[in-house]
Design a protein around this ligand. Structure first.
Ligand SMILES: Cc1cc2nc3c(=O)[nH]c(=O)nc-3n(C[C@H](O)[C@H](O)[C@H](O)COP(=O)(O)OP(=O)(O)OC[C@H]3O[C@@H](n4cnc5c(N)ncnc54)[C@H](O)[C@@H]3O)c2cc1C
Length: 318
């Protein structure tokens, strides 16, 4: 029986693992892969204390830190979570693991474009996070695939840095907020390529060009680009939770300020929760909160006093 099972293999899961195992909790982390979305980027430039770090490198180092404090890590996909009396039963690859508490850190996955060349060029010019990677395209030619608000925002993020931003649409417009649309096409270096469909991504070791189909004429053409931002939204598979915790309409886990979910003993953190902003440092921060709140919950359940907080003794200076 574990004190806590953490579900996920990204920044949030391993950060939570550092804090639970350092508090002496018997911790099992179960992740489908190592690093999650951080695998999509070779250069994280905004993680405090590190000038530039590869996503996998960052998460591997956080994992090492968690394991140094005693956390166990299992690469497996969780297919079921069940609450039975005072414990949780987690099924992964047909084996069952028991714990007194859970921390959910299963993140989210950007939707793929689904064209040849995409898999090979992910993180090599093909990216899925404008906030994260937009500034990497300074003085470069970038294309945006997507027509919604997030695509318009991606164009706006890139425009101040990029030499040229192409917005590719299968129609002659974007379906986004009018204010975003206006702001986007006011930028001199942003151009809409209407009635086109991306067919293939081409490049040796990095994205160099895209084969696109002109939907009106039926002609194929090539567009030279340094970067492609795929802005089609994200997918989350939370079926394994079997509705045990409350989710919002975007399938994000609803948490309170202490990262507690609607089910007692289950905490959640990282990109899987209903937070407005999703970045590695934000995931790490709320994962630490989830882990400490989980520790506090376990201690109190066992009749202890929980975590003593020295900051609630703060008095105002007269
Ligand atoms: C292209 C790109 C570039 C980015 N660049 C930056 C950047 O420069 N700076 C920055 O701060 N942030 C960046 N981000 C965002 C950052 O990567 C995420 O905010 C962060 O990875 C979220 O961490 P997480 O652990 O919450 O979730 P994720 O990274 O999504 O990890 C979730 C983990 O859970 C696992 N999992 C899911 N379901 C199951 C299951 N059923 N069983 C077991 N395991 C499961 C997944 O395999 C994965 O390991 C970028 C994101 C992308 C996509």
């Amino acid at each position: 029986m574990y004190d806590v099972i953490i579900i996920g293999g990204g920044v949030a899961a391993f950060t939570a693992g550092i804090f639970t195992s350092r508090r002496g909790l018997k911790t099992l982390i179960i992740g489908k892969d190592i690093a999650g979305q951080a695998n999509y980027t070779d250069a994280i430039e905004n993680y405090p204390g590190l000038q530039e770090v590869g996503g996998f490198e960052l998460v591997s180092s956080i994992r090492q830190q968690a394991e140094n404090f005693g956390a166990e890590f299992l690469i497996a996909e969780v297919s079921k979570v069940k609450a039975v009396a005072d414990e949780f039963i987690v099924t992964a690859f047909d084996k069952q693991y028991k714990a007194q508490s859970l921390i959910l850190a299963y993140g989210k996955t950007p939707k793929d474009l689904g064209v040849p060349g995409e898999a090979e060029l992910k993180g090599k010019g093909v990216t899925y996070c404008a906030t994260c990677d937009g500034p990497l395209f300074k003085n470069k030619v970038v294309a945006v695939a997507g027509i919604g608000d997030i695509a318009a925002e991606a164009g706006l993020i890139c425009a101040p840095f990029a030499k040229q931003v192409f917005i590719l649409s299968k129609t002659d417009r974007l379906i986004c907020h009018p204010a975003l649309n206006k702001a986007l096409f006011r930028k001199k270096n942003v151009k809409l390529l209407p009635f086109v469909q991306i067919q293939q991504l081409i490049g040796e070791g990095k994205l160099e060009k895209m084969q696109i189909l002109d939907l009106k004429s039926g002609h194929q053409m090539e567009l030279d680009v340094d970067g492609l931002l795929v802005e089609l939204g994200y997918v989350v598979d939370s079926n394994f939770l079997q509705n045990i915790v409350k989710l919002d309409e975007q399938e994000q886990i609803i948490v309170n300020a202490d990262q507690a979910t609607s089910y007692s003993g289950i905490f959640a953190c990282g990109d899987a929760i209903n937070s407005s902003y999703k970045q590695a440092v934000i995931s790490a921060g709320n994962a630490a909160t989830a882990a400490l709140a989980c520790y506090d919950w376990l201690m109190r359940r066992q009749g202890g006093i929980g975590l003593t907080s020295d900051w609630n003794q703060i008095k105002r200076l007269k």
